[in-house]
Design a binder for this molecule. Structure first.
Ligand code: PEP
Length: 250
C-alpha cells in the first residue's frame, strides 16, 4: 500500500450496505485480476469486521469512511482510527464533502483526524474540491490551495497519505469536469504536496472522484497526475466497480 507507483481505486459505499450486500464485496474480492493497482472498498463501519472475514486472503483491501479526531475515551458514538485499524482496514476517507456539509467538519478537525489516522498506521484519503459556485467563479485552484493548507498534517509518516480531488458539484450528479480542469486541479494539488512535504510530496497519490463510471474511468485514469479514482455510486455493485478496476490496465 505504500508503493506510490501503484494506482489506487477506492470505493465509498457511504451510508449504504446491510449484511446481504456483503455478497458484492465478496464478488469484488475474488474477481479482481492481478492489477498494478491497490483496490479498496470502504463499507459502513458496521460491515467492516464481516468484510474483513470474507475478504481475508484476497487482493481486496478495506477502508473506513471517517474516524474520530480523538485517540479514544469518552466520545460516545465515535470510532477511533485504532479501532478501524483493528478491523484490518488500511485507509480512512476524510473530509468528504458530505461530512463537511452535514456534520460541520472544519479543516482543523480534519487535520487532527489525519494525524490520528497516521499514528494508527492508516492511510488518510483526504478529499478536497470546490463547490459549484466556486467553480463558476473560477476559484478552483485558490480553493484547493487553501483547503490543503488548512487540513494537511504536519508530516506524512511512512504510510503516506492520499489526496482525492472531488469537485462537490460532480459528486453523484453525473457531471464531470473537462480534462483540462482535472489536469490543472491535480497539478495544483501536486504543487501543494511538494510545498508541504518536499520530494515525498512528489510521490504521493492524487485521486479523482466525482461521477466516475465504467464508461469514463479509462479516460480519467489516463490523465497526468491522476493516480487513481474515488468511486461512490458505481462502487455499490461488484460488476461496475470491477469494470472500473479493469480500466487501470489501459
Ligand atoms: C463520492 O462519494 O466520493 C463520489 C465520488 O460519489 P459518486 O461517484 O457517486 O459521484
Amino acid at each position: 500500500m505504500t508503493n506510490t507507483s501503484r494506482r489506487l481505486i477506492v470505493g465509498n459505499w457511504k451510508m449504504n450496505g446491510l449484511t446481504a450486500d456483503l455478497a458484492e464485496i465478496e464478488k469484488v474480492a475474488w474477481n479482481i485480476g492481478e492489477l498494478r493497482a491497490d483496490v479498496v472498498i470502504c463499507p459502513p463501519a458496521t460491515l467492516l469486521q464481516a468484510a474483513a472475514r470474507i475478504t481475508a486472503g484476497s487482493r481486496l483491501l478495506l477502508g473506513a469512511q471517517d474516524c474520530s479526531p480523538q485517540e479514544g475515551g469518552a466520545y460516545t458514538g465515535d470510532i477511533s482510527a485504532r479501532m478501524i485499524a483493528d478491523c484490518r482496514a488500511r485507509i480512512v476517507i476524510l473530509r468528504h464533502s458530505e461530512r463537511r456539509q452535514y456534520q460541520g467538519e472544519t479543516d482543523a478537525i480534519v487535520r487532527r483526524k489525519a494525524e490520528t489516522a497516521l499514528r494508527a498506521g492508516l492511510i488518510p484519503v483526504i478529499c478536497v474540491g470546490e463547490t459549484e459556485a466556486e467553480h463558476l467563479r473560477q476559484e478552483t485552484l485558490a480553493v484547493l490551495k487553501n483547503q490543503l493548507q488548512g487540513c494537511l498534517p504536519a508530516e506524512t509518516m511512512e504510510t503516506g497519505l492520499v489526496i482525492a480531488y472531488e469537485p462537490v458539484w460532480s459528486i453523484g450528479t453525473g457531471r464531470v469536469p473537462d480534462q483540462s480542469e482535472i489536469l490543472s486541479a491535480h497539478a495544483r494539488i501536486r504543487t501543494s504536496l511538494i510545498d508541504a512535504f518536499g520530494s515525498v510530496g512528489a510521490g504521493l497519490r492524487i485521486l479523482y472522484g466525482g461521477s466516475v463510471k465504467p464508461e469514463n474511468s479509462a479516460e480519467i485514469l489516463s490523465l497526468e497526475n491522476v493516480d487513481g479514482v474515488l468511486v461512490g455510486g458505481a462502487s455499490l455493485r461488484a460488476e461496475s466497480f470491477l469494470q472500473i478496476c479493469e480500466a487501470t490496465r489501459t
